[in-house]
Design a binder for this molecule. Structure first.
Ligand code: 1GP
Length: 240
């Protein structure tokens, strides 16, 4: 089954999906086998690969290495066109709909087409919403956009719903890597209530309480990067 059908089936069955995010910039190739072994032992259902600023070429090498050691779907979560590689299974084709920078709303996508059409990647059109979290994150800096204000829940809900009605297949609520505050439950549940497509939540999730809170509020797929990067025993300690 393809990645999206799998996600939809899991959501229909109330399964909790978990993606481990690997940033190619922070990963030594020598460590890939051991790290992927840890991911395989955990409850992770997906591996996301990407970062806001990644040197050209290293994403492909990393994805190739990851694929040697896992059967989990490897999905690109690219910060830029240069991170596209046919070695992965799919790609979040992200439109930063919280922002007003045309580069990240449509221009980068046009730039990506000549590469994407030469790949077999499953393309997952994703409405990407950056939400204010207490400090400036790499996404905000690199995309030169303002995050949505946390307290304006209606604006966040309307933005997510607009993404769905534009035909996007996933909505991703992003607090930013290493965020001070993960996305609040009130925001997740308000967005979930209005959406008919799967909801991804990530950024700043460091504890089991925060992870459970995201799922309980309605996240279908949670993304964890930094906490696992800092401590490879993170999922074992969470008893996941
Ligand atoms: C960032 O949502 C992801 O794009 C994951 O964030 O690194 O804080 O887990 P963390």
């Amino acid at each position: 089954m393809d990645i999206y059908s799998n996600i939809r089936t899991s959501v229909a069955e109330n399964k909790r999906l978990l993606a481990v995010l690997i940033d190619p910039d922070k990963m030594e190739l020598d460590n890939v086998e051991a790290i992927v072994a840890k991911i395989n032992e955990s409850k992770a259902t997906h591996i996301f690969v990407g970062g806001s600023e990644v040197d050209e070429g290293i994403t492909e090498t990393l994805v190739k290495a990851i694929k040697l050691y896992t059967k989990l779907p490897v999905v690109l979560f690219p910060g830029d066109v240069t991170q596209i590689t046919n070695e992965a299974d799919g790609i979040l084709f992200l439109s930063l709909i919280s922002g007003r920078n045309p580069d990240y709303l449509i221009s980068k996508h046009i730039e990506a087409i000549s590469k994407l059409t030469k790949t077999q990647l499953e393309i997952l059109p994703t409405g990407y919403l950056l939400i204010e979290n207490g400090k400036q994150t790499a996404v905000e800096r690199v995309s030169n956009t303002k995050p949505l204000v946390r307290s304006n829940i209606q604006q966040i809900v309307d933005t997510a719903k607009a993404g769905e009605l534009l035909g996007m297949k996933l909505i991703y609520l992003e607090a930013g890597s290493g965020a001070t505050h993960p996305i609040e439950s009130e925001i997740i549940s308000a967005v979930k209530e209005e959406l008919n497509i799967p909801l991804i939540v990530g950024g700043g999730i460091r504890t089991k309480t925060q992870l459970d809170a995201a799922y309980n509020a309605g996240a279908d797929l949670v993304v964890i990067g930094s906490a696992f990067e800092k401590n490879l025993y993170f999922f074992e300690q969470l008893k996941l």
